[in-house]
Design a protein around this ligand. Structure first.
Ligand code: FES
Length: 229
């Protein structure tokens, strides 16, 4: 390995690096692979102009999604959601093993898992309510209280932190007029801080509902919010 030391401290601002201007899709400081483009790193499907609504669909299919159409009073497991639950149940050896995906469905539909929703899931899966409560409250990815129509998850873990994740978080809080975890007065926004979104090569990574936004800078925040409403 003959990698040059990676830039550090105040030099760690990729937007100021000459390579970022010279190489379209510059993939950041990749050490001995300094000339790799974004296409080389992640394949051409993700490269180029970002879609007009910003970001791309999250590839983290195991995460419980928040969708903009969620309704806390939506009936649980009827119509297509009953079909999806049946498919889930068919894939697992018993109902207990199907609990996480069943909670995902309820979360997607209602936006959060209230105690009542947890009890309904327990009843549908014929599991003890206390068991469902224990699982639902163990994982931080489930919202246990209502959130805004758009749940903004800003990564401030190491890779994103080095590239200004804290400033991106501050910018989202400022432009939504909220404190961490709070629902904005218009019901649109909740901003939270997360440990890692698995997009460490494209900091700062932000997930808004089921979509990913990458290489986000504080000054990008107003345009991202405008696109959503
Ligand atoms: S450190 Fe931010 S996505 Fe992993």
């Amino acid at each position: 390995m003959s990698a040059e030391p990676i830039r550090s401290g105040s030099e760690y601002d990729p937007t100021s690096w000459p390579e970022a201007k010279q190489v379209p899709g510059f993939a950041g400081d990749t050490g001995e692979f300094a000339t790799l483009s974004e296409a080389d790193v992640r394949g051409s499907a993700y490269v180029g102009q970002r879609p007009a609504d910003g970001g791309h669909a999250s590839v983290a299919g195991t995460l419980p999604y928040q969708v903009a159409t969620s309704r806390a009073d939506a009936p649980l497991f009827v119509g297509p959601y009953e079909d999806r639950l049946e498919k889930v149940l068919s894939r697992y050896p018993d109902r207990q093993a199907a609990l996480l995906p069943a909670l995902h469905l309820a979360h997607e539909l209602r936006g959060h898992l209230s105690p009542q929703t947890q009890d309904e899931v327990a009843e549908r899966l014929q599991l003890p309510p206390a068991y469902v409560r224990g699982v639902a409250t163990f994982y931080t990815m489930y919202n246990l209280a209502p959130v805004g129509k758009y749940l903004i998850q800003v990564c401030t873990n190491i890779s994103c932190n080095l590239c200004g994740g804290d400033a991106v978080l501050e910018s989202f809080l400022k432009h939504t007029g909220t404190d961490l975890g709070e629902v904005s007065a218009n019901g649109l926004w909740t901003v939270i801080e997360v440990e890692c979104l698995g997009a460490c090569g494209f900091p700062t990574a932000v997930q808004i509902n089921e979509r990913y936004f990458e290489n986000v800078r504080p000054e990008n925040v107003p345009a991202i919010l405008e696109r959503l409403v």
